[in-house]
Design a protein around this ligand. Structure first.
Ligand SMILES: [Zn+2]
Length: 660
């Protein structure tokens, strides 16, 4: 359906909705309640979730920790009322929960200047209306008020969606979910219901699904926003659509759209470090919450019944002593977690995974799934707006703790720390190209706003969003390799070519080869390595070591011949310190400073080669710079020949690629 909406048009469309719905999915919404997420009787050939199954999960011993959390929020109270309604001796508790929920449903949703939250809240209203529909406490007068509150909010959010949108912004996911769930809940009981269903359903299928497909399991806006909103709200829409219309979009995504929803589970698994924190990229305001992960992964496990991802959920439950949901969304545990589903340990997954080759270009390489393992992260792709960073080419290294990092933290959104530092290139392990005539300037990638691409076609046609490409990707048993070109990320007049090739060799060496051709010889290319703790530096100056919590990264700068390896204090941009201050508290591990590698040789062409050995701190605490693996490089016959403790491979001296 095309985006039309002024309010006048909305009314006109509503008038013909009765006719239109004969031809649309809206007409297939079942008329029984409950119908959001589950039904009373068997559906989907017996595979669909039923109320009886939820009641059985609620009563299980292993649910005791979460059972006590199922109250207080609208969705929790509504589900609690519905579950307890079946048992005479808990009827009083059921009535109390229902009354709390009904009191909330009688209040309008304030949709002036809505954010993602209003869409989420509308979704809760729809779920509560649906779940409480047969409850003795929910009389016709209360239902009528609830329907009007839901419909009024849905109309507001449709206006908001029509008033300008960006398909990668969390608000669109919130609002479309709210609108669709409103329609599905009110079908047959409100004249606008079919229109809401169709509007929300079309918005997802025509606009947001192509956005999710391009990101191919990954997400641009960090493990904070990405898990909490983008993935989770999408899953709520798909699950409710399935139960209410019998159309299984989880399956359609798998068979016709490259399986992006299934890969979202894997992105959460690969992005979680053994210590329970998550990969840093974008506005990652939360690096610790397993709650968000459980939400996003569990709704996909419920759909796909994937045994390895079920194994991951069980690991989360175990590591969080059972309390794997935050209180307001405790209901997801009972909807999504089936303790009887077959499970397989995550150690059976491959250790390497590439996400969104054509979009975000994110490679995650692990030495293994062991607790002291190494994780290498490389990103080289496009910019997607809303909470993304200007960080193409960034490499992140973790072992036992983050070692070489995306520095900074979410201390402020609009304030200087983010706008002048954290979201800029200078905060990342990638490349600056500075102009000596502009000493106050960062030299980073283009900083721009991208908030109005309301279709995938518009996004793809928006040339400023094109910032990088992952050109080659190879996985072999002892060797993984990725090559990216992110020339397009830099402002005009800075770079003719910027490429980075990254290899992970023997689960031990990370090889980073950069080739930069600047636009003018007086420009300076700078390769950055941000340290999470103060490094130690070898006398010869081309080697530094970062130790943290028993993990160690030893970086050796092999090229250029005339390399200068200089230390710059934390949060410094163009000679000025940006104070790490804002609304939120600073955290440990935000970074203590960075090395900047430059080439003293003249000209526009510069090749940088850094080899980082990732290992453990040896038992002898005084041996801070112990013998590391032998690393060496020769340039000969068009090849860069790299030897790493007995291993040898060759990369092209010009252009990119491996030589065999
Ligand atoms: Zn960042």
């Amino acid at each position: 359906m095309k985006r039309y909406l002024s309010l006048t048009l909305l009314i006109a469309v509503v008038l013909v909705a009765g006719l239109h719905s004969l031809l649309s999915a809206a007409s297939t919404v079942v008329r029984e309640h409950p119908r959001l997420f589950f039904r009373s009787g068997a559906w989907d050939n017996g595979r669909g979730l039923t109320l009886a199954e939820i009641r059985s999960r609620y009563g299980r011993e292993d649910a005791s920790v979460v059972r006590g959390q199922l109250n207080g929020s609208l969705a929790n109270d509504a589900l609690r009322a519905l579950i307890l309604q079946a048992y005479p001796d808990s009827m009083q508790a059921s009535v109390e929960a229902a009354q709390r929920a009904i009191a909330k449903l009688s209040q309008p949703i304030d949709c002036n200047n809505p954010t993602t939250t209003q869409g989420e809240v509308l979704g809760y209203y729809a779920m509560a209306y649906d779940w409480l529909h047969g409850h003795p406490s929910f009389n016709e007068a209360s239902k009528k008020v609830a329907r009007e509150n839901i419909a009024t909010a849905a109309q507001s959010l449709i206006r908001a969606l029509g008033g300008g949108s960006h398909i990668f912004h969390t608000r669109m996911y919130g609002w479309a979910t709210g609108v669709a769930l409103a329609g599905l809940a009110l079908a047959g009981e409100h004249p606008d219901a079919d229109f809401f269903t169709e509007y929300g359903g079309d918005f997802y299928q025509e606009r947001l699904f192509p956005a999710r497909a391009l990101q191919d399991g990954a997400v641009h806006n960090s493990f904070g926003y990405g898990r909490k909103y983008t993935m989770w709200l999408t899953g709520h829409f798909i699950s409710c659509w399935h139960s209410a219309t019998a159309e299984n979009l989880w399956k359609t995504i798998d068979t016709e759209q490259g399986g992006w929803a299934r890969k979202e589970m894997l992105f959460n698994i690969y992005g979680r470090y053994p210590d329970g924190t998550y990969l840093r990229f974008g506005d990652s305001y939360s690096l610790t919450s397993d709650f968000y992960t459980f939400r996003a992964v569990s709704e996909r496990v419920a759909a796909y019944r994937d045994p390895v991802c079920q194994g991951f959920l069980q690991k989360l439950i175990e590591q969080n002593a059972g309390l794997v949901v935050e209180k307001p969304t405790a209901y997801v545990y009972f909807l999504n977690y089936d303790p009887e589903l077959k499970s397989v340990p995550i150690g059976t997954l491959p250790t390497r995974k590439l996400f969104s080759r054509d979009g975000l270009g994110m490679a995650v390489w692990k030495s293994g799934w062991e607790d002291n393992g190494t994780t290498v992260f490389f990103k080289c792709g496009n910019y997607f707006g809303n909470h993304g960073h200007f960080d193409q080419g960034h490499v992140d290294i973790y072992r036992r703790a983050p070692l070489l990092i995306d520095s900074g933290h979410y201390l402020t959104f609009g304030g200087e720390f983010r706008t002048e530092y954290w979201h800029r290139t200078v905060a990342h392990n990638t490349i600056l190209i500075t102009d000596p005539a502009l000493p106050r300037e960062e030299g980073g990638q283009r900083v721009f706003s991208s908030q109005s691409d309301d279709t995938i076609g518009k996004y793809l046609a928006n040339s400023q969003a094109e910032t990088g490409d992952l050109l080659e990707y190879v996985e072999r048993d002892w060797f993984s390799y990725a090559a990216g070109d992110f020339t397009a990320a830099y402002p005009a007049g800075r770079a003719e070519s910027v490429t980075r090739e990254v290899a992970f060799v023997d689960n031990r060496f990370v090889v980073v080869l950069d080739k930069v051709r600047t636009s003018r010889p007086e420009l300076t290319a700078r390769v950055l390595w941000h340290c999470s703790t103060f490094p130690q530096r070898a006398k010869e100056g081309r080697r530094f070591t970062v130790d943290r919590q028993g993990g160690r990264a030893v970086a050796t700068v092999l090229l250029p011949d005339k390399a200068v390896v200089a230390w710059v204090d934390s949060f410094e941009v163009g000679g000025r310190k940006i104070q790490p201050a804002g609304k939120y508290a600073a955290v440990d591990g935000m970074g203590v400073g960075r090395f900047e590698i430059t080439d003293e040789a003249p000209g526009t062409d510069h090749i940088f080669l850094t080899v980082i050995e990732v290992t453990d701190v040896p038992a002898d605490p005084n041996a801070w710079d112990p013998p590391v693996g032998e690393v060496s490089v020769q340039i000969e016959g068009g090849a860069i020949r790299i030897q790493l403790d007995g291993r040898e491979f060759r990369m092209r001296h010009t252009g990119i690629g491996l030589l065999h």
